[in-house]
Design a protein. Structure first.
Lengths: 114, 111
């Protein structure tokens, strides 16, 4: 099976712009979770989608949003970018979600905001 | 407040040494604890622990959970340079579908 893929792998944006990141889960996986990782921080949970529904959202401002399509692919959007949004954004897929066990991570998108 | 705390935050040892990484947690209605290894980008799954006192083992890596004292340890014996990575532990919240993560232990193995 192909693994989780994320596009783009690297992105440079300026403050105030918006960005859309994409995640394609492993075939058959219906849950996609998004995380932000910054140096010295653990993974900070953004949100999780299951069968096109957002099941949970972390403590991030409304500038961070997402969606999931019928083929389980997911996108994450960040509007009005701030310097502090520079991070590695990881998505992870699983059959049922994080509570039930292991998640499979994509390689991440490295976002740099200047 | 639910939280996961890992220690140490960083560790430098020489090849062949044995290391022990710690993960303590405070969550409501604990179900399981997961260990991941992050070498470059994507964390990869190592273990999921649900029962206290039962060791999970994979090669030179092993992990055990103590549900009474609310912690888990990850042991790596006969370390190799390829073990250099960030080791993350995570605990799922019972109330939703969210994993909360520790900050990770950055392990560096010197040849």
């Amino acid at each position: 099976k192909a693994g989780v893929t994320q596009t783009p792998r690297y992105l440079i944006k300026t403050r105030g712009q918006q960005v859309t990141l994409s995640c394609s889960p492993i075939s058959g996986h219906r849950s996609v979770s998004w995380y932000q990782q910054t140096p010295g921080q653990g993974l900070q949970f953004l949100f999780e989608y299951f069968s096109e529904t957002q099941r949970n959202k972390g403590n991030f401002p409304g500038r961070f949003s997402g969606r999931q399509f019928s083929n389980s692919r997911s996108e994450m959007n960040v509007s009005t970018l701030e310097l502090g949004d520079s991070a590695l954004y990881l998505c992870a897929s699983s059959t049922l979600g994080g509570v039930t066990g292991e998640q499979y991570f994509g390689p991440g998108t490295r976002l740099t905001v200047t | 407040e639910d939280k996961v705390v890992q220690s140490p935050l960083s560790l430098v040892v020489h090849e062949g040494d044995t290391v022990t990484l710690n993960c303590s947690y405070e969550v409501t209605n604990f179900r399981s604890l997961l260990w991941y290894k992050q070498e470059k980008k994507a964390p990869t799954f190592l273990f999921m622990l649900t029962s206290s006192g039962i060791e999970k083992k994979s090669g030179r890596l092993s992990s055990i959970l103590d549900k009474k004292e609310l912690f888990s340890i990850l042991n790596i014996t006969a370390t190799q340079t390829g073990d250099s990575a960030i080791y993350l532990c995570a605990v799922p919240l019972d109330s939703n579908y969210q994993l909360i993560w520790g900050a990770g232990t950055k392990l560096i193995i010197k040849p």
